[in-house]
Design a binder for this molecule. Structure first.
Ligand code: C5P
Length: 225
């Protein structure tokens, strides 16, 4: 219905981990479940947005009404995300691997008795959030990144917002014991141009709804970012 605040707006969400191949059977990965990104995709869709979800490997089903693509690697996630532009809103919730193995092999690396283990050389992956934030005339009006930090969460998130060139950062404390990474709850600090908002701990789908509402506020006709 037309009274939903994000009708006519396009949103792209990246979510989940990436898997960076070592050989055909092994990869480098991380503990992201994709829950928070999927929840944000669903929440934006419920507010009327046309949502494209670019997902790394997860065990989750796409939320109702959400289209998109499943990818494996950071390079694939980057291509799929750029191909989905233009958009009004981009939320980079994926835990993109910072590095990939520079020469993944086409055959399985053999364990050779008596030989020393293989040495992996890593090279940096493209930074999708930074690239979208600097994309030029097609730059989405609102680009949102995440920051998973264990120490000095606020200071690091403020610095990350400046470094990446995005509009907002949603910062989480992922220290051991918080069970945020992979767990059902999250505690967020929202960093915007205007300052810092400390949100209480809440289920990830509730945080997603709240973030979607906060996003929608930016798209009432006269609201500045
Ligand atoms: O630099 P860091 O990985 O801490 O930044 C996290 C934020 O940047 C997240 O929003 C993540 O989705 C995004 N990111 C990205 N591409 C990368 C690394 C991070 O989009 N290669």
């Amino acid at each position: 219905p037309d009274h939903l605040p994000l009708v006519g707006r396009r949103a792209i969400i990246t979510a989940g981990p990436t898997h960076e191949p070592i050989d055909p059977v092994r990869f480098l990965g991380n503990r992201s479940s994709g829950l928070q990104g999927y929840a944000i995709a669903g929440a934006l869709s419920r507010l009327g947005a046309n949502v494209t979800l670019i997902s790394g490997p997860t065990s989750l089903e796409f939320p109702r009404g959400v289209n998109g693509a499943r990818v494996e690697t950071a390079e694939e996630m980057r291509s799929a995300t750029l191909a989905a532009l233009p958009a009004d809103i981009v939320v980079c919730a994926a835990a993109v691997a910072d590095w990939r193995v520079d020469h993944a092999t086409n055959s399985k690396i053999k364990k050779q008795p008596g030989q020393s283990p293989p040495v992996l050389t890593l090279v940096p992956n493209p930074d999708i959030l930074a690239e979208i934030s600097a994309v030029g005339p097609e730059r989405p009006r609102l680009v949102i990144g995440f920051a998973a930090e264990t120490d000095d969460v606020e200071e690091n998130a403020i610095a990350k917002r400046a470094r990446k060139g995005c509009d907002w950062i949603v910062a989480n404390d992922v220290s051991t014991g918080t069970n945020v990474m992979g767990g059902p709850q999250n505690r967020a600090i929202l960093i915007t141009e205007a300052g810092v908002e400390r949100w209480p701990r809440m289920p990830k789908d509730e945080l997603a709804s709240r973030l979607a509402e906060r996003i929608a506020e930016q798209f009432t006709d006269d609201a500045p970012i």
